[in-house]
Ligand binder design. Structure first.
Ligand SMILES: [Zn+2]
Length: 507
């Protein structure tokens, strides 16, 4: 096999063309699947603007409530353009608009491959642009092929995107950057664990760094031993070889030695068997996605790079497997983390917090203004908020409303939970500074966040994202695949719209 990255070069490459003003017959005849988006309360003026308006109006009167698309028909032109009409509330949330986009695009994809047209009609100019961005995000997600290693290659479905009937041309640069990030996150997360093992993952990151202009640094097992990264190494010691590593990527648009404004940290467990405390079959089946946090962290760095942001950003990835075997760590081991704290291990399946602990210490050393970590960390978080939301935790609890708002505004929804304080009673240990987790009792997502908090410099604002929405059956928001790539849109909203860059304390 060649380079994973090089083999994937053309994936998702789709041309977007924009047309302003009322579209003529010719423009519509150049489209295979036209998605027409109308407001829930349809103004009478729209019928005269669309092809076969009175027929469409009659069909819309007979539509079944709640169906999406509301109706599907064909335009009487040479191409027999498929027309899918859907209505969207003028006050729709970002999540609703993205979900709407996914369902409309899915209708087009259920037919033959071709050009997708997007026409948002009957809204004011600002809302039109806002909806166009979200439906386009869904089309860009659908244009991306997830990894498939079949002997017959999968045919591309979307041959181009034409956005028509615009009041003014849309600036889609952010949507494109975020789509590229989301696609990268999903693709990396879905790769089979024998193809994306620790060795090939590190090699891929090295190659990606060259392409993106990032500084690349690998901390291998020997070096981490010398440094005293006992928490990460407790997990890595069960591996068949010493391919585990903590990788640091640096985006430096200005001075090469600038202090990072932001450090992204990701959990990269290539495959999680649970370790000595082995998982059951169904719980282990999908554990190649346990590196999803690292994939999202890299994807966000890629999005920031593509948007040519001026801030210096670091990305730290904790890459290892969690395996069984004679050398694997076990309950009641005591290990010393990089910051000198000793940990009494309880359950080997709580390996994510072990691998992240040392990685957070490393990230803290460079004194960034903000650290955000991403991890498919706990089943408890899924129990608490299902796989529709992800959990957020922070050492700055007054940020909870801002963190939640970014979820609402980006369409990647989160819910905040408390950490620390008296929760630490549950992590008290007789033999070490703290326990890795509690042997029983609920709220493991809160305890995991509380545990991680012990490895972040208190002076540095920190947000932990427990990616319970990393995988959601049938897709989530604009993304139609089970693996969602959740986190890119959320973080970009937090960084740019909520101004977490440079104003990290949100006073
Ligand atoms: Zn685990």
């Amino acid at each position: 096999m060649g380079s994973l990255l090089a083999d994937n070069k053309k994936n998702g490459q789709v041309r977007i063309t924009q047309y302003t003003g009322l579209p003529g017959k010719q423009t519509i005849a150049g489209i295979d699947h036209l998605l027409l988006v109308l407001p829930a309360k349809i103004p009478a003026a729209v019928w005269g603007k669309i092809p076969q308006g009175s027929k469409v109006q009659a069909l819309m009167r007979r539509k079944a409530p709640g169906k999406l698309p509301a109706i599907s028909t064909r335009v009487n032109n040479k191409r027999q353009t498929a027309l899918h009409v859907g209505t969207l509330d003028a006050h729709a949330s970002a999540f609703e608009a993205l979900t709407f986009g996914r369902k409309m695009v899915a209708a087009a994809l259920s037919e033959k491959a071709g050009t997708i047209g997007i026409w948002v009609l009957g809204f004011d100019t600002e809302m039109q642009g806002w909806i166009v961005e979200r439906v386009t995000a869904a089309a860009l997600a659908a244009a991306w092929s997830m990894p498939a290693f079949k002997s017959t290659p999968r045919a591309e479905k979307i041959k181009g995107i034409k956005i028509i009937g615009l009041d003014q041309a849309a600036d889609l640069s952010r949507e494109l950057a975020e789509a590229e990030g989301n696609n990268l996150a999903r693709w990396l997360t879905a790769l089979p664990p024998n193809i994306l093992d620790a060795t090939s993952y590190v090699a891929l990151l090295r190659e990606l760094s060259k392409e993106k202009g990032w500084q690349f640094r690998k901390y291998g097992v020997r070096e981490l031993e010398k440094m005293g990264a006992g928490a990460f190494l407790a997990v890595a010691q069960g591996n068949a070889d010493d391919s585990a590593a903590i990788v640091r990527l640096r985006y430096r648009p200005g001075s090469k030695t600038a202090r990072p404004v932001l450090s992204l940290v990701g959990k990269g467990i290539i495959f999680d068997t649970g370790g000595t405390n082995l998982k059951q079959f169904m719980s282990m089946l999908d554990m190649h996605i346990d590196m999803g946090g690292s994939a999202v962290a890299v994807a966000i760095l890629s999005t920031i790079t593509r948007m040519r942001r001026s801030e210096a950003v670091d990305c730290w990835l904790a890459i290892t497997e969690n395996r069984t075997g004679p050398t694997a760590y076990k309950s009641q081991d005591v290990v010393t983390a990089l910051n000198g704290k000793t940990i009494q291990t309880i359950h080997t399946d709580a390996e994510g917090r072990m691998a992240l602990a040392d990685t957070l210490v490393l990230a803290s050393k460079d004194k960034p203004d903000l650290i955000i970590d991403y991890a498919t960390l706990t089943g408890a978080c899924m129990t608490a908020i299902t796989t529709r939301y992800s959990g957020v935790f922070t050492n700055r609890p007054h940020w909870h409303p801002i963190l939640k708002r970014s979820g609402r505004d980006s369409g990647e929804r989160v819910w905040p939970f408390p950490i620390g304080g008296d929760f630490m009673d549950d992590l008290k240990s007789d033999t070490a500074d703290l326990q890795q987790c509690a042997p029983n009792g609920g709220g493991d997502h809160i305890l995991a966040g509380s545990f991680l908090n012990e490895f972040v410099d208190k002076k540095i604002p920190w947000v932990h994202v427990d990616l319970s929405a990393c995988k959601h059956k049938g897709g989530l928001a604009h993304v139609a695949t089970d693996i969602t790539g959740f986190g890119v849109r959320y973080t970009m909203n937090l960084l740019i719209d909520k101004n977490a860059f440079g104003d990290a304390d949100w006073k």
